[in-house]
Design a protein around this ligand. Structure first.
Ligand SMILES: [Zn+2]
Length: 445
């Protein structure tokens, strides 16, 4: 077992295989796929690379038989690989990289110089041929370390989908949207085409393979009149959370957008809805979203009404303090366990978007009451949970400064850093000059 060094190592290339296989390879060249061979006499001896996929019911031995590797050889290779993998089974779809050689004495039975499989980014199993025709088995372990990358995108549809399209993991976008929901009005402050940047911490092996697609460190969203920034931070002795660059917790006593904001798209709107903003007549604000979108309790409180309520349709009212209440109208149904008298936590699902009562399309009509009087929820200042203070302040400010700079200059998460599950199949190595022969790829099916 070789522990790869902590410095980013160069990618494993064909050259490494030739090192591993102590054959006399001088004078031999990698065969470029485009070499015209139709009429020309094949070269006396030739080395080439293949990438094959394990299919359902397949074994490595069967795969080698399919590409005409001699029986004694493939048995030896399969045995060596088994000893390396121990009890581990290779998954269907796993890619097997092969370095092959055709030899003049037996043109129909190519030789395997090296076989490599990497079921986990940090572990590679290699079987390579010795000069005397025996095979060696080797396990390579790559060191995993964190790396900060950025993903930039433009809002097109929902913020979550735009992020995924730009290359950010879905979980990171959900965290970003949740962190913004206390402060951002996703209905009125967002427009098509607005730019956002997220900083992600990926885990990367010493040879550049990503083992974790990225945890959200910080995010920046350009709004119409301002830019919202959230920064992940763990105060000393405290819980991890998101903060704005001033060191204030993003968590407020009330959500600005009391619903699953990832479902709000700039394209989705109510046709013919007369009033979207707050007015004395309308007494609330509306959030248009598809039917069934979860509606969240804007703050912690108690359910004081849950039932049909005239033009409001299915309606929920929450009492938060003696003074403050919120109300939610036109629901399609209630959240689990929601009935008068029960307590709810901030962010709990109290119902789902619908179009019951006097409504022209699926939307949430949201009201905020202070001392029994309707006020505009969008202009309320809500209490924050806390700020980063004391000894933490300097540490936080340094981190915030670093992240704000990295929004501009961190390496962009590129094609090579996409999460493994989004990798197109069959896999093609980004760096090694591998040109599998199409006919032989087809054989592995
Ligand atoms: Zn309304």
């Amino acid at each position: 077992m070789i522990l790869a060094d902590s410095q980013p190592a160069p990618p494993v290339t064909a050259a490494d295989y030739t090192k591993a296989a102590p054959l006399d390879l001088r004078g031999f060249q990698m065969k470029p796929a485009e070499t015209p061979t139709a009429d020309a006499e094949p070269p006396a001896s030739d080395i080439y690379e293949l990438t094959l996929r394990l299919e359902k019911g397949d074994t490595v031995e069967k795969m080698l038989a399919d590409i005409d590797v001699a029986e004694a050889e493939r048995k030896q290779i399969a045995e060596k690989l088994r000893s390396l993998l121990k009890k581990r089974k290779l998954a269907v779809g796993e890619t097997i990289d092969l370095t092959m050689q055709t030899i003049p004495e037996q043109p129909d039975a190519p030789r395997v110089l090296a076989l490599s499989v990497r079921p986990q980014p940090e572990r590679e199993y290699i079987v390579s041929r010795n000069e005397d025709g025996t095979y060696d088995a080797e396990e390579k372990v790559y060191k995993v370390s964190p790396r900060i990358v950025r993903v930039e995108g433009e809002r097109d549809g929902s913020l979550q989908q735009s992020g995924i399209k730009a290359g950010a993991p879905s979980a990171a976008m959900v965290e970003f949207i949740r962190a913004l929901s206390y402060d951002v009005d996703f209905q009125r402050e967002l427009k098509q085409g607005q730019k956002f940047t997220v900083l992600l911490e990926q885990l990367v092996t010493s040879d550049g393979k990503v083992t974790h697609p990225g945890r959200l460190l910080a995010g920046e969203l350009r709004l119409m009149k301002r830019t919202a920034v959230v920064i992940r931070y763990r105060p000393q002795g405290g819980a991890e959370g998101f903060f704005n660059p001033q060191g204030e917790s993003v968590v407020r006593s009330f959500l600005r957008t009391p619903m699953d904001a990832s479902r709000i798209t700039s394209r989705f709107g109510m046709r013919e809805h007369p009033i979207l903003g707050f007015s004395a007549l309308h007494a609330g604000v509306d959030f248009a979203a598809p039917s069934g979108t979860p509606i969240l309790a804007a703050g912690t409180g108690k359910v004081v009404a849950a039932g049909p309520n005239g033009g409001y349709g299915l309606y929920v009212k929450l009492q938060h303090t003696q003074d403050v209440a919120t109300a939610y109208a036109h629901l399609s149904r209630f959240g689990p366990g929601i009935k008068p008298g029960v307590s709810v936590r901030q962010g709990q699902v109290i119902g789902f978007v619908g179009s019951t009562g006097m409504s022209t399309g699926p939307h949430l009509h949201y009201e905020f009451l202070k001392g029994g009087k309707h006020v505009n929820p969008l202009t309320q200042k809500f209490a924050m949970r806390g700020t980063v203070g004391g000894k933490d302040a300097a540490r936080f400010q340094a981190l915030a400064k670093q992240y704000l700079a990295q929004f501009r200059n961190a390496p962009v998460a590129g094609e090579a850093e996409k999460p493994a599950e989004s990798k197109p199949a069959p896999k093609k190595s980004a760096q090694a000059p591998k040109e599998p022969a199409p006919s032989q790829i087809a054989k592995s099916n």
